[in-house]
Design a protein around this ligand. Structure first.
Ligand code: SAM
Length: 348
């Protein structure tokens, strides 16, 4: 008889080279050659970066995780009921601690399949193992690679009705052009009638945001997370960055409604990055951008997503309108409900 213990319900598949139209090293080099130089968000998430991100989520000043968890604690059964399919894929699943709330409700209703996509393989394994142990019957297929590669794998190897979720306000870590590219991929993967659940941190005052994205006294999770990007460049590409030569900080750019996490050079920097065949020059006082977090006006978010053939179905905001979960349905033949009026819920 086949056993279906927790360990039999988890597999992790490398998808790294599938659907990556641009190889990893080329993306890193192009980003470093931007003005100002920057790094793609996924570069920061090795085992150290993922652990530091978990510490960030616990900082008393970082509201995003707490508010999103509260929204899911309250509304997961209702959201799960609106997903209309058996399988949930997740972009940038990380520890999946909040997703667990949704999966628990979904499993009770109809779902059995969870397909998290993440660049951190160890995190996929540990979060997948924890979910299989806690949620009886859940089948987890971790897709190890970047979002585009995971979505390509889903289209090729596991087509069919699916919901895609994107939590942790990860959508706001991409530039407008990158978000448009990703929304196109998500729309293609879902097909008509598919559901897309995305969370977003909403715009607020400079003071609130700069408090949220800098370490409070006695903590160093944000600083260490930002500096870890230099360690990654040293490890992956043989660079020789001295961490102490950079000051990690975050500031709000009101013109673009974006919080930028940066490493500011204490002195003129000229650092060869042999593995990429370039030398990075950062003059004293200038910076390397290692974090990008767009703060949305909810109409702007809805407009961006709807432009890719989705219709808003419902949204859930906390009472202070700091954060929102938005559920869209891909317009098309399978569902007439796309024209239904969207419902807005507010919760504490
Ligand atoms: C900000 S964390 C959010 C984690 C989790 N969703 C949460 O809400 O706590 C971003 C996660 O997405 C992953 N990630 C970031 N960019 C990615 C990309 N382009 N492709 C795949 N994974 C990515 C990181 O490894 C990390 O686990």
């Amino acid at each position: 008889m086949t056993s279906h213990g927790p360990e039999d319900r988890l597999r992790v598949i490398p998808v790294a080279d599938r659907g990556d139209t641009v190889p990893r090293d080329v993306v890193v080099r192009d980003h470093l050659q931007d003005t100002p130089p920057r790094l793609p968000p996924w570069l920061g998430y090795d085992a150290v970066g993922s652990r530091l991100f978990e510490q960030i989520t616990e900082l008393p000043t970082y509201h995003l995780t707490r508010v999103e968890r509260a929204l899911l604690e309250r509304h997961a059964p209702e959201i799960a009921g609106l997903l209309d399919c058996e399988r949930i894929a997740e972009l940038g699943s990380g520890s999946a601690k909040k997703t667990r709330l949704l999966l628990e409700s979904h499993l009770r209703l109809r779902g059995t399949g969870y397909l998290p996509i993440d660049v951190d393989r160890d995190m996929l394994r540990s979060s997948g193992a924890a979910l299989c142990a806690e949620l009886d019957g859940l089948e987890v297929t971790g897709l190890w690679g970047r979002y585009e590669a995971g979505l390509d794998w889903l289209r090729t190897h596991a087509p069919g009705p699916l919901a895609v979720v994107f939590l942790g306000s990860g959508f706001g870590n991409a530039t407008r052009r990158e978000r448009d590219g990703l929304l196109g991929e998500i729309a293609r993967t879902l097909g008509p009638g598919g559901s897309f659940l995305v969370s977003a941190d909403l715009d607020k005052s400079r003071e609130e945001l700069e408090t949220c994205y800098n370490d409070p006294a006695g903590h160093s999770a944000f600083a260490d997370f930002r500096l870890n990007h230099l360690t990654r460049l040293n490890d992956l590409y043989g660079a020789d960055f001295v961490l102490a030569d950079f000051v990690p900080e975050a500031h709000y750019n009101a013109a673009t409604s974006t919080v930028e996490g940066v490493l500011r050079a204490r002195s003129d920097q000229e650092v060869p990055v042999p593995g990429l065949g370039i030398t990075l020059r950062v003059p004293r006082g200038r910076f390397l951008n290692v974090g990008y977090s767009v703060k949305f006006d909810d109409r702007r978010l809805v407009g961006e997503v709807e432009a890719h053939g989705f219709g808003l179905r419902a949204r859930w905001l906390d009472d202070d309108a700091r954060y929102g979960l938005f559920l869209f349905r891909r317009r098309g033949d399978r569902v007439n409900g796309a024209t239904r009026r969207a419902v807005t819920h507010r919760t504490r």
